[in-house]
Design a protein around this ligand. Structure first.
Ligand code: TXA
Ligand code: MG
Length: 320
Protein backbone atom coordinates (compact mmCIF):
# COMPACT_ATOMS: atom_id res chain seq x y z
CA UNK A 1 0.00 0.00 0.00
CA UNK A 2 1.17 3.50 -0.72
CA UNK A 3 0.45 6.32 1.67
CA UNK A 4 0.26 10.09 1.27
CA UNK A 5 2.62 11.91 -1.03
CA UNK A 6 6.20 12.44 0.19
CA UNK A 7 7.91 15.76 -0.55
CA UNK A 8 9.15 16.00 -4.13
CA UNK A 9 11.77 18.70 -4.65
CA UNK A 10 13.44 19.78 -7.86
CA UNK A 11 17.19 19.12 -7.85
CA UNK A 12 19.12 22.25 -6.83
CA UNK A 13 22.28 22.64 -4.75
CA UNK A 14 20.03 23.33 -1.72
CA UNK A 15 17.80 20.28 -2.17
CA UNK A 16 20.83 18.07 -2.83
CA UNK A 17 22.43 19.34 0.40
CA UNK A 18 19.17 18.63 2.24
CA UNK A 19 19.08 15.12 0.73
CA UNK A 20 22.66 14.51 1.89
CA UNK A 21 21.76 15.64 5.44
CA UNK A 22 18.76 13.30 5.49
CA UNK A 23 20.93 10.38 4.32
CA UNK A 24 23.51 11.06 7.02
CA UNK A 25 20.64 11.15 9.54
CA UNK A 26 19.61 7.64 8.52
CA UNK A 27 16.62 8.60 6.35
CA UNK A 28 15.56 7.41 2.88
CA UNK A 29 15.93 9.64 -0.19
CA UNK A 30 14.95 8.82 -3.78
CA UNK A 31 17.16 10.41 -6.43
CA UNK A 32 17.74 10.21 -10.20
CA UNK A 33 20.64 8.41 -11.84
CA UNK A 34 21.35 8.05 -15.56
CA UNK A 35 19.76 4.57 -15.43
CA UNK A 36 16.72 4.66 -13.10
CA UNK A 37 15.70 6.41 -9.85
CA UNK A 38 17.37 4.95 -6.77
CA UNK A 39 16.16 4.65 -3.16
CA UNK A 40 19.16 5.65 -1.12
CA UNK A 41 20.36 5.32 2.45
CA UNK A 42 23.66 5.46 4.31
CA UNK A 43 25.19 2.03 3.58
CA UNK A 44 27.13 2.06 6.85
CA UNK A 45 23.96 2.47 8.93
CA UNK A 46 22.25 -0.88 9.54
CA UNK A 47 18.89 0.59 10.51
CA UNK A 48 18.80 2.81 7.45
CA UNK A 49 19.66 -0.18 5.23
CA UNK A 50 16.92 -2.22 6.91
CA UNK A 51 14.49 0.63 6.16
CA UNK A 52 15.29 0.26 2.43
CA UNK A 53 14.35 -3.42 2.51
CA UNK A 54 11.16 -2.61 4.45
CA UNK A 55 10.14 0.17 2.04
CA UNK A 56 10.70 -2.05 -1.00
CA UNK A 57 9.22 -5.19 0.55
CA UNK A 58 12.42 -6.79 -0.76
CA UNK A 59 13.58 -10.28 0.26
CA UNK A 60 16.56 -9.66 2.52
CA UNK A 61 18.80 -12.01 0.57
CA UNK A 62 18.92 -9.59 -2.35
CA UNK A 63 22.04 -7.41 -1.97
CA UNK A 64 22.15 -3.68 -2.81
CA UNK A 65 24.48 -1.69 -5.09
CA UNK A 66 26.74 0.79 -3.26
CA UNK A 67 27.06 4.19 -5.00
CA UNK A 68 30.26 6.19 -4.68
CA UNK A 69 31.82 9.39 -5.98
CA UNK A 70 34.86 7.74 -7.57
CA UNK A 71 37.20 4.77 -7.76
CA UNK A 72 39.26 5.91 -4.75
CA UNK A 73 36.19 5.67 -2.54
CA UNK A 74 35.30 2.31 -4.08
CA UNK A 75 38.79 0.94 -3.32
CA UNK A 76 38.10 1.42 0.40
CA UNK A 77 35.17 -0.99 0.16
CA UNK A 78 36.22 -3.66 -2.32
CA UNK A 79 39.42 -5.23 -3.65
CA UNK A 80 40.21 -4.12 -7.19
CA UNK A 81 42.29 -6.24 -9.54
CA UNK A 82 43.68 -5.19 -12.94
CA UNK A 83 40.48 -6.15 -14.75
CA UNK A 84 38.36 -4.07 -12.37
CA UNK A 85 40.69 -1.08 -12.71
CA UNK A 86 40.54 -1.31 -16.49
CA UNK A 87 36.74 -1.33 -16.71
CA UNK A 88 36.39 1.34 -14.03
CA UNK A 89 38.79 3.57 -15.96
CA UNK A 90 36.84 2.98 -19.16
CA UNK A 91 33.24 3.21 -17.94
CA UNK A 92 33.08 5.13 -14.64
CA UNK A 93 31.28 7.32 -13.98
CA UNK A 94 28.58 5.39 -15.82
CA UNK A 95 26.01 2.58 -15.90
CA UNK A 96 28.26 -0.29 -14.78
CA UNK A 97 28.17 -2.07 -11.39
CA UNK A 98 31.11 -4.25 -10.39
CA UNK A 99 30.89 -7.21 -8.01
CA UNK A 100 34.17 -7.51 -6.10
CA UNK A 101 35.36 -9.03 -2.80
CA UNK A 102 34.90 -6.79 0.26
CA UNK A 103 38.00 -5.37 1.88
CA UNK A 104 38.67 -6.45 5.46
CA UNK A 105 37.93 -2.95 6.72
CA UNK A 106 34.87 -2.37 4.54
CA UNK A 107 32.49 -0.18 6.58
CA UNK A 108 29.38 -1.14 4.62
CA UNK A 109 26.75 -2.81 6.78
CA UNK A 110 26.55 -6.56 6.16
CA UNK A 111 22.82 -6.45 5.53
CA UNK A 112 23.41 -4.13 2.55
CA UNK A 113 25.47 -6.90 0.98
CA UNK A 114 22.99 -9.55 2.15
CA UNK A 115 25.77 -11.12 4.18
CA UNK A 116 27.85 -11.97 1.09
CA UNK A 117 31.65 -11.68 0.95
CA UNK A 118 31.25 -9.60 -2.21
CA UNK A 119 29.76 -6.18 -2.81
CA UNK A 120 28.36 -4.38 -5.85
CA UNK A 121 29.85 -0.90 -6.39
CA UNK A 122 29.07 1.77 -8.96
CA UNK A 123 29.96 5.41 -9.68
CA UNK A 124 26.88 7.07 -11.23
CA UNK A 125 27.31 9.62 -14.04
CA UNK A 126 24.14 11.68 -13.58
CA UNK A 127 25.16 15.15 -12.31
CA UNK A 128 22.57 15.10 -9.52
CA UNK A 129 23.61 11.61 -8.43
CA UNK A 130 27.28 12.67 -8.55
CA UNK A 131 26.55 15.77 -6.46
CA UNK A 132 24.57 13.72 -3.95
CA UNK A 133 27.17 10.98 -3.40
CA UNK A 134 29.83 13.69 -2.96
CA UNK A 135 27.73 15.71 -0.52
CA UNK A 136 26.67 12.67 1.51
CA UNK A 137 30.35 11.71 1.95
CA UNK A 138 29.37 8.16 2.91
CA UNK A 139 28.78 5.07 0.75
CA UNK A 140 25.18 5.12 -0.45
CA UNK A 141 23.17 1.93 -0.84
CA UNK A 142 20.63 2.46 -3.62
CA UNK A 143 18.42 -0.15 -5.20
CA UNK A 144 15.89 0.97 -7.79
CA UNK A 145 13.16 3.02 -6.05
CA UNK A 146 10.26 0.64 -6.64
CA UNK A 147 8.55 -2.04 -4.60
CA UNK A 148 10.29 -5.38 -5.04
CA UNK A 149 9.30 -7.17 -8.25
CA UNK A 150 7.82 -4.09 -9.96
CA UNK A 151 9.38 -2.32 -12.92
CA UNK A 152 12.04 0.25 -12.04
CA UNK A 153 11.06 3.95 -11.86
CA UNK A 154 12.32 6.34 -14.52
CA UNK A 155 10.58 9.44 -13.13
CA UNK A 156 9.73 10.98 -9.75
CA UNK A 157 6.04 10.23 -10.38
CA UNK A 158 6.85 6.50 -10.70
CA UNK A 159 8.60 6.61 -7.32
CA UNK A 160 5.53 8.17 -5.70
CA UNK A 161 3.23 5.59 -7.31
CA UNK A 162 5.41 2.73 -6.11
CA UNK A 163 6.67 3.77 -2.66
CA UNK A 164 4.36 6.55 -1.46
CA UNK A 165 5.37 7.99 1.91
CA UNK A 166 7.86 5.20 2.67
CA UNK A 167 10.49 7.69 1.41
CA UNK A 168 11.42 10.90 3.21
CA UNK A 169 12.32 13.00 0.15
CA UNK A 170 12.27 12.57 -3.63
CA UNK A 171 14.80 14.65 -5.56
CA UNK A 172 13.26 15.25 -9.00
CA UNK A 173 15.44 15.86 -12.04
CA UNK A 174 13.15 14.72 -14.83
CA UNK A 175 13.12 11.40 -16.67
CA UNK A 176 16.18 9.12 -16.66
CA UNK A 177 18.19 9.19 -19.86
CA UNK A 178 19.00 5.47 -20.18
CA UNK A 179 15.93 4.03 -18.49
CA UNK A 180 17.39 0.54 -17.84
CA UNK A 181 19.40 -0.49 -14.79
CA UNK A 182 23.20 -0.69 -14.90
CA UNK A 183 25.08 -3.65 -16.33
CA UNK A 184 26.17 -5.87 -13.41
CA UNK A 185 29.60 -7.44 -14.01
CA UNK A 186 30.84 -10.06 -11.57
CA UNK A 187 34.63 -9.85 -11.19
CA UNK A 188 34.77 -11.66 -7.85
CA UNK A 189 35.70 -14.96 -9.50
CA UNK A 190 38.40 -15.97 -12.02
CA UNK A 191 35.77 -16.13 -14.78
CA UNK A 192 34.13 -12.73 -15.37
CA UNK A 193 30.37 -12.88 -15.90
CA UNK A 194 27.58 -10.45 -16.74
CA UNK A 195 24.88 -10.99 -14.12
CA UNK A 196 22.51 -8.37 -15.53
CA UNK A 197 22.74 -7.04 -19.10
CA UNK A 198 22.61 -3.27 -19.57
CA UNK A 199 23.69 -0.53 -21.90
CA UNK A 200 27.37 -1.46 -21.43
CA UNK A 201 27.52 -4.69 -23.41
CA UNK A 202 29.53 -7.89 -23.62
CA UNK A 203 31.35 -6.43 -26.65
CA UNK A 204 32.32 -3.36 -24.62
CA UNK A 205 33.66 -5.44 -21.72
CA UNK A 206 35.40 -8.46 -23.28
CA UNK A 207 38.39 -6.51 -24.66
CA UNK A 208 39.12 -5.37 -21.09
CA UNK A 209 38.29 -8.39 -18.92
CA UNK A 210 38.68 -11.31 -21.31
CA UNK A 211 36.15 -13.89 -22.39
CA UNK A 212 32.95 -13.69 -20.36
CA UNK A 213 31.53 -16.86 -18.86
CA UNK A 214 28.11 -17.96 -20.10
CA UNK A 215 25.39 -16.03 -18.39
CA UNK A 216 23.38 -17.68 -15.65
CA UNK A 217 20.61 -15.27 -16.46
CA UNK A 218 18.26 -18.07 -17.49
CA UNK A 219 18.92 -20.34 -14.52
CA UNK A 220 16.38 -20.70 -11.73
CA UNK A 221 18.98 -20.29 -8.97
CA UNK A 222 21.14 -17.45 -10.26
CA UNK A 223 24.39 -16.12 -8.78
CA UNK A 224 22.68 -12.75 -8.54
CA UNK A 225 19.50 -12.93 -6.49
CA UNK A 226 18.01 -10.05 -8.48
CA UNK A 227 18.05 -12.24 -11.55
CA UNK A 228 14.96 -14.13 -10.49
CA UNK A 229 13.17 -15.36 -13.58
CA UNK A 230 10.00 -13.52 -12.69
CA UNK A 231 10.86 -9.91 -12.01
CA UNK A 232 9.92 -6.52 -13.41
CA UNK A 233 6.38 -7.83 -13.28
CA UNK A 234 3.26 -6.21 -14.67
CA UNK A 235 -0.03 -7.16 -13.04
CA UNK A 236 -1.58 -8.31 -16.32
CA UNK A 237 0.19 -11.00 -18.41
CA UNK A 238 2.78 -9.92 -20.94
CA UNK A 239 3.65 -11.83 -24.12
CA UNK A 240 6.57 -11.20 -26.46
CA UNK A 241 7.14 -11.50 -30.24
CA UNK A 242 3.55 -10.55 -31.03
CA UNK A 243 2.72 -10.61 -34.73
CA UNK A 244 -0.98 -9.88 -34.17
CA UNK A 245 -2.91 -8.29 -31.33
CA UNK A 246 -6.40 -8.94 -29.90
CA UNK A 247 -8.89 -6.13 -29.37
CA UNK A 248 -8.86 -6.65 -25.59
CA UNK A 249 -5.06 -6.44 -25.41
CA UNK A 250 -2.70 -3.51 -24.91
CA UNK A 251 0.14 -3.22 -27.41
CA UNK A 252 3.74 -2.32 -26.73
CA UNK A 253 4.91 -1.53 -30.24
CA UNK A 254 8.33 -0.99 -31.74
CA UNK A 255 9.09 0.69 -35.06
CA UNK A 256 7.21 2.54 -37.79
CA UNK A 257 4.48 -0.10 -38.36
CA UNK A 258 2.66 -0.79 -35.08
CA UNK A 259 0.15 -3.65 -35.22
CA UNK A 260 -3.45 -2.52 -35.60
CA UNK A 261 -6.45 -3.35 -33.42
CA UNK A 262 -5.18 -3.07 -29.83
CA UNK A 263 -7.27 -1.36 -27.15
CA UNK A 264 -4.31 0.85 -26.20
CA UNK A 265 -0.95 1.28 -27.87
CA UNK A 266 2.36 2.75 -26.77
CA UNK A 267 5.30 2.78 -29.19
CA UNK A 268 8.78 2.26 -27.68
CA UNK A 269 10.24 4.05 -30.69
CA UNK A 270 8.39 4.79 -33.91
CA UNK A 271 11.77 5.45 -35.52
CA UNK A 272 13.04 2.04 -34.41
CA UNK A 273 15.72 3.69 -32.23
CA UNK A 274 16.84 1.11 -29.65
CA UNK A 275 18.11 3.71 -27.16
CA UNK A 276 14.83 5.61 -27.27
CA UNK A 277 13.09 2.26 -26.72
CA UNK A 278 15.19 1.52 -23.62
CA UNK A 279 14.41 4.89 -22.07
CA UNK A 280 10.66 4.41 -22.70
CA UNK A 281 10.39 0.75 -21.67
CA UNK A 282 9.48 0.91 -17.98
CA UNK A 283 7.25 3.99 -18.27
CA UNK A 284 5.24 2.38 -21.10
CA UNK A 285 4.97 -0.96 -19.26
CA UNK A 286 3.38 1.00 -16.40
CA UNK A 287 0.96 2.85 -18.70
CA UNK A 288 -0.19 -0.37 -20.39
CA UNK A 289 -0.53 -2.38 -17.17
CA UNK A 290 -4.31 -1.78 -17.07
CA UNK A 291 -6.81 -4.07 -15.35
CA UNK A 292 -9.28 -3.45 -18.22
CA UNK A 293 -6.94 -5.20 -20.68
CA UNK A 294 -6.44 -8.97 -20.91
CA UNK A 295 -2.70 -8.61 -21.34
CA UNK A 296 0.16 -6.76 -23.00
CA UNK A 297 1.37 -7.90 -26.43
CA UNK A 298 4.93 -6.83 -27.23
CA UNK A 299 6.23 -6.55 -30.78
CA UNK A 300 9.73 -7.97 -31.47
CA UNK A 301 12.64 -5.78 -30.36
CA UNK A 302 16.02 -6.41 -32.06
CA UNK A 303 18.22 -8.52 -29.79
CA UNK A 304 21.51 -6.70 -30.24
CA UNK A 305 23.31 -4.10 -28.09
CA UNK A 306 20.97 -2.60 -25.53
CA UNK A 307 18.15 -4.55 -27.24
CA UNK A 308 19.45 -7.59 -25.34
CA UNK A 309 18.96 -5.77 -22.07
CA UNK A 310 15.45 -4.73 -23.13
CA UNK A 311 14.56 -8.32 -24.06
CA UNK A 312 16.06 -9.57 -20.78
CA UNK A 313 13.67 -7.30 -18.81
CA UNK A 314 10.70 -8.25 -21.03
CA UNK A 315 11.42 -11.98 -20.63
CA UNK A 316 11.40 -11.64 -16.85
CA UNK A 317 8.11 -9.72 -16.97
CA UNK A 318 6.64 -12.38 -19.30
CA UNK A 319 7.77 -15.32 -17.16
CA UNK A 320 4.92 -17.05 -15.33
O1 TXA B 1 21.18 1.17 -12.42
C1 TXA B 1 21.21 0.64 -11.30
O2 TXA B 1 22.02 -0.23 -10.99
C2 TXA B 1 20.16 1.13 -10.26
C3 TXA B 1 20.47 2.59 -9.92
C4 TXA B 1 19.61 3.12 -8.81
O3 TXA B 1 21.84 2.74 -9.65
N1 TXA B 1 20.18 0.29 -9.09
C5 TXA B 1 19.68 -0.98 -9.13
O4 TXA B 1 19.74 -1.65 -7.93
O5 TXA B 1 19.21 -1.50 -10.13
P1 TXA B 1 18.90 -2.97 -7.60
O6 TXA B 1 19.09 -3.18 -6.14
O7 TXA B 1 17.50 -2.81 -8.07
O8 TXA B 1 19.63 -4.12 -8.37
C6 TXA B 1 20.88 -4.62 -7.88
C7 TXA B 1 21.24 -5.87 -8.61
C8 TXA B 1 20.37 -7.02 -8.18
O9 TXA B 1 20.15 -7.83 -9.32
C9 TXA B 1 21.26 -7.72 -7.14
O10 TXA B 1 20.92 -9.08 -6.95
C10 TXA B 1 22.64 -7.54 -7.77
O11 TXA B 1 22.60 -6.22 -8.30
N2 TXA B 1 23.72 -7.59 -6.77
C11 TXA B 1 24.03 -6.66 -5.84
N3 TXA B 1 25.06 -7.07 -5.08
C12 TXA B 1 25.42 -8.29 -5.53
C13 TXA B 1 26.42 -9.23 -5.16
N4 TXA B 1 27.27 -9.02 -4.15
N5 TXA B 1 26.52 -10.38 -5.88
C14 TXA B 1 25.67 -10.62 -6.92
N6 TXA B 1 24.69 -9.76 -7.31
C15 TXA B 1 24.57 -8.63 -6.64
MG1 MG C 1 15.62 -3.25 -8.85
Amino acid sequence: MTGPCPPIKTATSETIAEAARLIRAGRLVAFPTETVYGLSADATNGEAVAAIFAAKGRPEFNPLIIHLAGILDAEKLVQFDDRARAVAAAFWPGPLSLILPRTETCPVNLLAGAGLQTLAVRVPAHPTAQALVKAAATPIAAPSANRSGEVSPTSAAHVVASLGDAVDLIVDDGPCEIGLESTVLDLSQPEPMILRPGVISEDDLEPLVGKLATSEAQSAAPRSPGLLLRHYATRIPLRMMASAVAENEALLAFGPDPLKGARFTENLSSLGDIFEAASNLFAMMRILDRPDCAGIAVMPVPDNGIGRAINDRLQRAAHT
